[in-house]
Design a protein around this ligand. Structure first.
Ligand code: NAP
Ligand code: F7E
Length: 341
C-alpha cells in the first residue's frame, strides 16, 4: 500500500508535536512546516527529528501561513494525502493586542491553504483538517455546546477562527474538497505553552514549592473550561480525515471546572494547603503552612471580554468517530506535575 503523506502546518506547537508522533506510529511520512525564528523553536519535536541525511519519515520545511507562495509551493512539491492546519496565533488574550495579525494567520491562513488545494486541482487528492475551537462559541448561553450551537465569538481569536470554520465549509460545498472542522475544547499537556493557564499554574506552583518563585499572578478565577489531554485530541483529528464523508465535530470531555478549582486540585497534589481570602481582583490564596500569599490576581491577566463557560457535547464524535477521551483531568495534572519535576 502507498505510504500516506501528511503535511502539518504548526508542527512546532503542542498539537503539532503530538500529531506528528501519532502519525509516525501509523507509518505516515510526515512533513512539518515551521517558520523561521531567531532562536531554535523545535524543542517539542527534537526527539523525533533525526537528521537531514537519514531516511527519516519526519521532514521539516520552512513556510508561513501569511505567505501564500510558500504554502502553494510546499503543497505542490509534497503532494500530501492529508493536510492538518494547526498553525495559529493561538493565544486569546494576545489576539486583543495583535488583532490584525491574528486574523491574518488564523482566518486568511486557512483560506490560503484551501485556495492552494483548489488552484493545484488537488480537490480530490487531499483531505484537509482545520483546527477550530470552542472559543467560537464564546459568550453562548447553551449549557452544553455541540455542532449545532450558534457561534458567539468573544475575541479577535474567536472571530478569526469562525471565519476559518466557515471558509472550510464553503470550500467543501463549493469545490468538493474533503475538508473537516474539528471544534476542539481546551486541551493541555506537559508541553502546553507556558502562558496558557494550566501550564502557568502548575509551573508556578512547582517553582514556589521549590523556592524558585514567591508568587503566582492570575486573572479571572471563575471562568469555566472543559479541559482534556492533547494526546486524545490529535487522535480525533486523524479520525475525522479517515471517514467516508467530510464533516465537523465537537471534541471535548463534557466536564467543566473553574480556574480556581483547577488551582485547588493542582495545589493539593503538589502538597499545598490553601486558604482563599478577599474578593474580585483582591482575591488571593494563602499558604496555610507559613501564612504567605502565594497566588494573587492581577488586572494584566484579565481580558476585555471573557468567555465564561464552556462544556462540550461529543455525542456525534462518539457515534461517528467512535472517539471518546481516555485521559482524565486528574491524570493530566499528575502528568504535568511529573514533567515539571
Ligand atoms: P500552539 O502550541 O500555540 O501552536 C501553534 C503553532 O502555529 C506553532 O507551531 C506556531 O509556530 C505556529 N504558527 C503560528 N503562527 C504561524 C504562522 N504565521 N505561520 C506558520 N505557523 C505559525 O497551539 P496548539 O495548542 O498546538 O493548538 C493547535 C491549533 O489548534 C491552533 O490552531 C489552535 O488555535 C487550535 N486550538 C487549540 C486548542 C487548545 O486547547 N490547545 C483548542 C482548540 C483549538 P511557533 O512555534 O513558531 O510559534
Ligand atoms: O485561559 C483564565 C482566562 O489562556 C483559560 C487556547 O488554546 O483554549 C485556549 O484558550 C481561562 C480563561 O486558554 C489566567 O481568562 C485566568 O478564561 O489557558 P487560557 P483559553 O483562552 O481558553 C481555546 C479552546 C483555544 O482555542 C485557544 O487557542 O483562564 N485565566 N488567569 C488565565 N489565562 C491565562 N492565559 N493566564 C492567566 O494568568
Amino acid at each position: 500500500m502507498k505510504k500516506k503523506i501528511a503535511l502539518i502546518f504548526g508542527v512546532t506547537g503542542q498539537d503539532g508535536a503530538y500529531l506528528s508522533k501519532f502519525l509516525l506510529k501509523k507509518k505516515y511520512k510526515v512533513y512539518g512546516v515551521k517558520r523561521r525564528s531567531s532562536i531554535i523553536n523545535t524543542q517539542r519535536i527534537d526527539d523525533i527529528y533525526i537528521d537531514i541525511n537519514s531516511k527519516s519519515n519526519f521532514i521539516l520545511c520552512y513556510g508561513d501561513l501569511t505567505d501564500s507562495s510558500s504554502i502553494l509551493s510546499l503543497i505542490k512539491k509534497i503532494k500530501p494525502s492529508e493536510i492538518y492546519n494547526l498553525a495559529a496565533q493561538s493565544h486569546v488574550k494576545v489576539s486583543f493586542e495583535v488583532p490584525e495579525y491574528s486574523a491574518d494567520v488564523n482566518g486568511l491562513g486557512a483560506l490560503r491553504i484551501l485556495e492552494a488545494i483548489k488552484n493545484l486541482n488537488f480537490e480530490k487528492k487531499i483531505r484537509f483538517y482545520q483546527a477550530g475551537t470552542s472559543e467560537m462559541f464564546g459568550r453562548t448561553k447553551e449549557r452544553f455546546q455541540n455542532e449545532k450551537t450558534p457561534f458567539y465569538p468573544a475575541s479577535p481569536y474567536g472571530v478569526s477562527k469562525s471565519f476559518a470554520h466557515w471558509i472550510t465549509i464553503n470550500y467543501r460545498e463549493a469545490y468538493g474538497i474533503f475538508a473537516c472542522n474539528g471544534i476542539l475544547f481546551n486541551h493541555e499537556s506537559p508541553i502546553r505553552g507556558e502562558t496558557f493557564v494550566t501550564k502557568k499554574i502548575i509551573q508556578g506552583l512547582m517553582k514556589i514549592k521549590m523556592n524558585k518563585q514567591k508568587k503566582l499572578y492570575l486573572g479571572n478565577l471563575y471562568a469555566k473550561r472543559d479541559w482534556g489531554h492533547a494526546k486524545d485530541y490529535v487522535e480525533a483529528m486523524w479520525k475525522m480525515l479517515q471517514q467516508k464523508n467530510p464533516d465537523d465535530y465537537v471534541i471535548a470531555t463534557g466536564k467543566t471546572l473553574t480556574i480556581k478549582e483547577f488551582v485547588n486540585k493542582a495545589a493539593k497534589k503538589i502538597g499545598f494547603k490553601l486558604k482563599w481570602v478577599g474578593k474580585g481582583i483582591n482575591e488571593k490564596a494563602i499558604n496555610i503552612e507559613n501564612n504567605m500569599p502565594i497566588i494573587e490576581c492581577h488586572k494584566r491577566y484579565l481580558r476585555p471580554v471573557e468567555v465564561d463557560y464552556l462544556k462540550g457535547n461529543t455525542q456525534k464524535a462518539k457515534k461517528k468517530l467512535n472517539w471518546s477521551p481516555k485521559i482524565s483531568i486528574d491524570d493530566l495534572i499528575d502528568e504535568m506535575i511529573q514533567h515539571e519535576l
